[in-house]
Ligand binder design. Sequence first.
Ligand SMILES: O=C(O)CCC(=O)C(=O)O
Length: 266
Amino acid sequence: MKLTYAQKLEFYKKGFVRVPGVVPRVMVDAAVKAINHSFGNGIDPSQMTTYNAQSFCPELRQAPETTDLYNRSPVKLLAESMIGAGKVNPVQRGQIAVRFPLLDDPPPALRPHLDGRHSPHNGVPAGELRRFTMLVGIALSDVNTEYAGNLAVWPGTHRLYEQYFRENGHDILMRGGAEGMPPIDMPQPKMITAGAGDAILVHYQIAHCASPNVSPHPRYAIYFRLQHVDYKQQLHEALTDIWLEWDGMREIVAQHKNGQSTGLAK
Ligand SMILES: O=C(O)CCC(=O)C(=O)O
């Protein structure tokens, strides 16, 4: 199981790709059931900010209903086809990301961020960069319209930030929060629609956020943050060499460097 050439090319250019229907329904149902059972026992209102920033249902982060979505589904093979077989650290926990409906009309603005930077509630200590390699989202509910809790991404920002870091260094990331977002000309965002069981693969260096959810239903998803086995040694280097940790992308990267055609008829 691996991505097609066309899917890899899309990932190269935009920095993300949605792969439909890769997680079996039975696994999606097991995860949603565990989450709903947990919610049935109550959600501590005083923890909502932390749950939104880190994960709902902390007791399920390492449960098989969560980790199987990556470790025992085709998603692991897809990710390794991009980063390299044996090149991904073991995945031991996920983020249970539920986005509940808001009553705001119109919905609030999208607020892009890069992960792994300090903010008051996300658990990343000030002065630390917790970069990783690939963000993997598994949709656990259908998201058919915009402003329904969709994962929103800013296509191509992986390359724009690479250019920014080459020219300016990466110190700005240490400021955390909105202030720590490198100032680049942002493209138009895309709110990704998805069906339950779809996987969305995203380069670490893509600006993203959860779209406000003004639909009637909560949006259910689980995210995994994949680390290349060498990510610590090359923590900063990969900011200015965005395909360093992507063995499976080498062919496409080389074609672009050499100015060759990347037609899809390959
Ligand atoms: O819930 C989502 O779709 C996105 C979550 C997110 O942006 C994040 O956890 O970094």
